[in-house]
Design a protein around this ligand. Structure first.
Ligand code: GAL
Length: 414
């Protein structure tokens, strides 16, 4: 009897430790990387983990900017079924950490010296109460313009550096019979352009309106001018823009149907996936008037406290932070590494420019969190900005009304 019990106990133990092992080798990852370029980058990560014996359970939630993914995440956590790792942006990481939902990565961070290689601007989001709760995989920036090279050549050949030059190039593209601005009518895409237009009014104005949420900046004359410029940009968009996904707008620029797209550097992933080469097929510039400044967002993997041995989460975090991986992944994704010690050798022209711009902006105090991508203010404020910007873009209010409404909506959301 005793022996039989002993046997049973042993086999139960074996079964339990097998289950723990299976758990330890598996990560379920919730993300919104579903476009061609994004999926190619995700594959680099998947394969890296699989080469280390960690199997990947995919939980994709389509929708650029991640709003839909965050809605699904909330439902999963409410149901007591959090995924292991979640792609997450800025203030969302802090919100979840403040709810006590995230695990702690301090051991692996200390062992690998993350404090010394991750820029402070990212650590502000990766750490909560001094603890590492997320691993940053990249730095994107939102104030880019992606231009079809042949269309630019046909429009005079000079990349615009000021608002007036931008308008002149878009007028020339219109006269040449193409859609000057490839754009998808979704609130987050309009907000992405808005980031750049606000920044083009000066660093102080971006800081005051988008970071400090100063009501005078949000509702004042400069903001009216920002909305006037948004309305002008709207006039260069084709009739079928409503609801179009961002990568389809990139495709319009790739195939020459549109002249340019104002979008974060994930768009570059689409150009590269299509076999295009920077400076030959497409041109990357900072949104005119924002040269020297950067609005950034960083995709991070937040690790949920899933109440089990979190070895696989630590292994995933360690893989994500590996410098060789950060180079391989970001070359494909269009972003730049989240560590300061990764060489730029494998990056193309725009990637090298992205890395140099980021370092310069960081050194000069010209690096700002992107409002559109969750690094300037919490989601409640971001969503209030989305609503006003998109309503104005769709002609529902004048620029004066939009500025007034923006100040009021942000105040309500705070
Ligand atoms: C951003 C994210 C990028 C890219 C983009 C479009 O918020 O940081 O990685 O996925 O959305 O989906």
């Amino acid at each position: 009897m005793k022996r039989a019990f002993g046997l049973m106990a042993t086999s139960a133990l074996v079964a339990m430790s097998f289950a723990a092992n299976v758990q330890a080798q598996n990560v379920e990852v919730l993300h919104w990387w579903t476009s061609g370029g994004e999926a190619a980058a995700l594959n680099v990560l998947k394969q890296d983990l699989e080469s280390k014996g960690i199997s990947w359970q995919d939980m994709p939630v389509a929708g650029g900017g991640g709003e839909a993914a965050m809605t699904v995440l909330r439902a999963r956590v409410t149901a007591g079924n959090a995924p292991t790792a979640v792609q997450m942006l800025g203030f969302d990481i802090q919100d979840w950490a403040n709810e006590g939902a995230l695990g702690n990565l301090n051991d692996v961070a200390a062992a690998e010296g993350w404090d010394d290689v991750v820029p402070g601007a990212l650590q502000n989001f990766s750490k909560n109460g001094g603890n590492w709760v997320a691993a940053p995989v990249n730095v994107h920036s939102t104030n880019w313009v992606w231009i079809n090279k042949a269309a630019l050549d046909a429009a005079g050949g000079k990349a615009p550096t000021t608002w007036d030059e931008l308008v002149a190039v878009m007028d020339a593209m219109k006269a040449n019979g193409i859609t000057p601005l490839g754009h998808g009518g979704q609130a987050w895409q309009e907000a992405t352009i808005f980031d750049a237009v606000v920044l083009s009014m000066g660093n102080d104005f971006y800081q005051a309106s988008m970071i400090d949420l100063d009501p005078d900046a949000l509702g004042g004359d400069t903001m009216v001018e920002v909305f006037d410029r948004m309305a002008k940009l709207r006039s260069y968009v084709d009739d079928n823009f409503s609801g179009r996904d961002w990568n389809l707008a990139s495709a319009m620029v790739i195939n020459g149907e549109a002249g340019m797209q104002m979008m974060g550097d994930w768009a570059k992933g689409e150009f590269l996936k299509a076999g295009q080469v920077a400076e030959e097929d497409f041109v990357c510039i900072r949104f005119p008037g924002t040269q020297g400044s950067v609005t950034f967002n960083s995709d991070q993997f937040a690790m949920f406290d899933v109440g089990m041995d979190n070895d696989s989460q630590k292994q995933m975090a360690s893989s994500v932070m590996n410098p060789t991986f950060q180079s391989a992944f970001n070359v494909v994704k269009g972003s730049v590494p989240a560590r300061t010690d990764v060489p730029n050798d494998d990056f193309g022209y725009c990637g090298k420019k992205g890395m140099a711009d980021l370092a310069e902006a960081n050194a000069n105090g010209s690096l700002f969190g992107s409002m559109a991508h969750g690094h300037a203010a919490p989601a409640s404020v971001k969503n209030a900005v989305y609503d006003v910007v998109t309503a104005h873009f769709n002609g529902e209010m004048s620029s004066e009304e939009a500025a007034e409404e923006l100040a009021a909506a942000v105040a309500d959301a705070m």
